[in-house]
Write a new protein. Structure first.
Length: 172
C-alpha cells in the first residue's frame, strides 16, 4: 500500500492532472467572443502512468467490471470542462489555432464540424493507416465548453463498444 501512495503522490506532483494544451484552446475561443469567459469546472490529464494505475485500481473495485476491458485501448486522456458566461446567442467561432496547427501538420483530419443556433462542435481524428490513434473533440454551447483529447487504439475501442452495445458480432 505505501508503494501505491508514493506512485499516486508522484503523479499528482508531476502535473499529470493538469491539461495546459486544452487551456490554450479555451483561451483562443474566449478571445474570439468579446466579453465571454470560461470558468474551469473540471480539467485533468491522464497519461500512461496514471492510466496504468487506474487499470490496476479497477481490478479491486467491484462495480467497474464494464470499464476494465475498455481501459486497455486508451493510452492518454485529457479533459477540460468550462462553464461558459456571457456567450451571445449568435456567437461565431473559428477553428481554434491549436486545432488548425494539428490539421496543417497533416496527421490530423477534421471529421465533423457543426454549427447550429447555440452550439459549435469540432471532431478531429488522427489515423495511422487504417486505425484511429487520436481523437480531439471540442463542443461549445451557451452553457459550457467541453474539450477532450484521447489517444490509443481507439478504433478497437469503438469497435468493442459498438459490438457490445449494438449486439454486433463483427465489425469490418
Amino acid at each position: 500500500m505505501p508503494v501505491i501512495a508514493v506512485v499516486l503522490g508522484l503523479t499528482l506532483l508531476s502535473g499529470c492532472l493538469w491539461a495546459p494544451e486544452l487551456d490554450r484552446i479555451r483561451r483562443d475561443i474566449e478571445n474570439q467572443i468579446p466579453g465571454a469567459s470560461f470558468n474551469k469546472e473540471v480539467a485533468f490529464s491522464l497519461g500512461p502512468v496514471t492510466l496504468g494505475l487506474a487499470k490496476l485500481i479497477v481490478n479491486f473495485i467491484p462495480d467497474t467490471e464494464e470499464a476494465r476491458p475498455y481501459l486497455k485501448y486508451v493510452r492518454s486522456v485529457k479533459v477540460a470542462i468550462y462553464e461558459a458566461d456571457n456567450i451571445p446567442s449568435d456567437f461565431s467561432v473559428k477553428l481554434p489555432r491549436g486545432l488548425k496547427k494539428l490539421l496543417d501538420k497533416g496527421d490530423w483530419e477534421l471529421a465533423v464540424k457543426t454549427k447550429d443556433d447555440n452550439a459549435t462542435t469540432w471532431i478531429l481524428y488522427k489515423s495511422d493507416g487504417d486505425s484511429i490513434k487520436g481523437l480531439y473533440v471540442v463542443v461549445l454551447d451557451d452553457d459550457e465548453l467541453v474539450l477532450v483529447r484521447a489517444s490509443g487504439d481507439l478504433d478497437r475501442l469503438f469497435q468493442k463498444a459498438m459490438r457490445e452495445n449494438m449486439n454486433l458480432s463483427r465489425l469490418d
